[in-house]
Design a protein around this ligand. Structure first.
Ligand code: NAD
Ligand code: MLT
Length: 314
């Protein structure tokens, strides 16, 4: 069934390609990235389509006010900022662009493994401050180390193949993707219990769901090698932030790289300011290439829906 879309609101910073594609297909597009929640609730009845990135929270009250809304598009992977249950109950389609930023998120993850191994940001800060601390920044090679990848979907797989080129052993767990499939891209499938004691680095690439909330917790740290390093470029809350801080202070965790946080931006900067932590403000998908791709993909998916083609999302 073809959707009629006359007017679409883009309420977050999305690459201009999105507007261009929609307009070229006869859609009236308004881009307003400054709306407060109250203003969004007031404005939303005028639109039959909405495109967001992360900043706009499409909560149940926004959806309740959206009397004409037929479709919500997320120019990105996770749909955590959209109340999908409320949308579905109202018959509103929710779409995302799950593959558009995979490579960028994978590349940031690999960067994190590298900078953790040599404390590059800390050494840079030290030199900028006028010090020449060669002893303090003794690193370790990545070659021959074991990378445990929890979640072997799109990003997990790309991380695995890239880190194998550094000579890392890649082991991993995914409840859906079986051992023979992950073996094809060089990963040894193991249970979580088998992973923890073998890992020099653990990187998580799962959605944040009840099963993965606080998945890397105090109990897990107690089963890990002393000095294990943790990377989270997936979602804040998969790594228990309190347990991580304790493990860092106790010397159990030898370093952590965080792109995502339970609260974004964080209110408490204790973890971010820890000397063994390297962090970025949710930059996994912040590349010109990924932003161009997700903008194009979400606009094209809207056009496909208008033309009655099959709907896409994950
Ligand atoms: P994906 O759906 O392709 O892969 C996720 C995998 O996690 C799936 O294979 C799934 O089976 C697995 N999984 C689910 N529950 C699990 C569990 N309990 N234990 C282990 N594995 C489990 O998703 P993706 O595109 O690879 O994205 C991974 C994560 O990265 C998502 O949370 C996504 O939102 C996030 N992400 C972050 C950024 C960023 O900017 N930092 C960018 C893109 C994606
Ligand atoms: C995503 O879910 O796509 C990422 O978190 C990146 C983003 O929000 O742009």
């Amino acid at each position: 069934m073809a959707l009629t879309l006359k007017k679409v609101l883009i309420s977050d910073e999305v690459d201009p390609k999105c507007v261009q594609i929609l307009q070229a297909n006869g859609v009236d597009v308004v881009k307003d990235t400054k709306l407060t929640k109250e203003q969004l609730i007031q404005e939303i009845p005028k639109y039959d389509g909405l495109i967001v990135r992360s900043a706009t929270k499409v909560t149940a009250d926004v959806i309740a006010a959206a009397s004409n809304l037929k479709i919500i598009g997320r120019a990105g992977t996770g749909v955590d900022n959209i109340d999908c249950d409320a949308a579905t109950k109202k018959g509103i389609i929710v779409m995302n662009t799950p593959g558009g930023n995979t490579l960028s998120a994978a590349e940031l993850t690999c960067t994190m493994v590298c900078v953790l191994s040599r404390q590059v940001p800390q050494a840079n800060d030290s030199l900028r401050a006028g010090r020449w601390d060669r002893k303090k920044f003794m690193g370790s090679e990545i070659f021959g180390k074991t990378l445990a990848i929890v979640g072997l979907g799109r990003i997990g797989k790309e991380v695995a193949t890239r880190m194998q080129s550094f000579g890392m052993r890649t082991i991993g767990f995914d409840p859906i993707i079986p051992a023979d499939v992950v073996a094809e891209f060089g990963v040894e499938w193991m249970s979580l219990e088998e992973l923890w004691p073998l890992a020099d680095y653990i990187t998580v690439h799962t959605p944040l769901i009840p099963k993965t909330k606080n998945m890397i917790n105090a109990e897990v740290f107690s089963k890990c090698k002393k000095g294990v390093k943790i990377i989270n470029v997936a979602r804040g809350g998969i790594v228990d932030e309190e347990a991580l801080l304790e493990a860092l202070n106790a010397g159990i965790c030898g370093g952590a790289a965080l792109d995502v946080f339970i609260q974004e931006p964080p209110k408490d900067f204790t973890l971010v300011q820890h000397p063994l932590v390297v962090s970025t403000p949710h930059l996994g998908a912040n590349t010109t290439e990924a932003q161009s791709r997700v903008a194009e993909e979400i606009a094209q998916q809207f056009v496909d829906a208008m033309q009655g083609k099959s709907l896409f999302g994950a």
